[in-house]
Design a protein around this ligand. Sequence first.
Ligand code: ZN
Length: 292
Amino acid sequence: MKNKIKLRIFLSVLSCCIVFFISAVYFLQKSEKENVITATTEDYVEFFDVGQGDCTLISSNGKNALIDTGTEKSTRLLSNKLKKQGIKNIDVISLSHFHADHTGGIDDIVSLFNISNLIYPEILGDSAIADRVYNAKKECLAEDGNFYTAKPGMTVKLGDFDITVLYYKGFSEENDRSVYLMAKIGEIKFLFTGDGDDDAENGILNCGLNLDCDILKVPHHGSRTSSSDMFLNATTPKYAVISCGKNNSYGHPHNEAIARYASRDIETYRTDKDGDVIFEIDGEKIAVNTSK
Ligand SMILES: [Zn+2]
């Protein structure tokens, strides 16, 4: 009889331990997922961890722009992060090109927030993504927003930032149709590259544009087919951000590309390892923080 009581006590203690252990794991995972960084300056650029995709927020004095909108899967997480930052209005959304890892959830984002301006590359043919962009455009127009097809030289003033469409080649392979943007605040310059590969890099280099920047959004998630030596020699960034998913099927970022950044001592961040990466601008000072 005594042994039976002991066994019951032992089983009760054991089940309590199991419940405690499972709860602890659940809460630890939850808090890791909800890890959010908060900007301490009015001007900042945040590269969101959207898995294997791209999405960057430029924020200045309460004005906000999104460069790409991540994947469909990341839409809810992205909208929660934006809401946590008190963002209800997005002044500009600029899409680099029509691949699902850059335009996912565009129509959902447009219905969840007030969008003033939508900029995207020329829509070629019919596709599921083109349909979503058309829907986003319709919703944007219904709310008195504007839409524009990207054109080199187009400039948008966003708070203290000047955002310029540096390069856009209308007709070629989709990745190489990526819109290249330069966002400048004071003397600090961010270069956004979408998924531009060799052809786009050669094209932009042949234009003789000033590509010098301080922070480079690494093209095409760190693919070996981008970030050529000539391109990095022309851009000379101090910082670089690779937006990629953990253990993604493309093997991004490729070692050859990483080596080109490492050999130039470029301070490189990766969203798969660092989570969200935020650049806070205070005059000429840049501070970098990560959520992991
Ligand atoms: Zn991509």
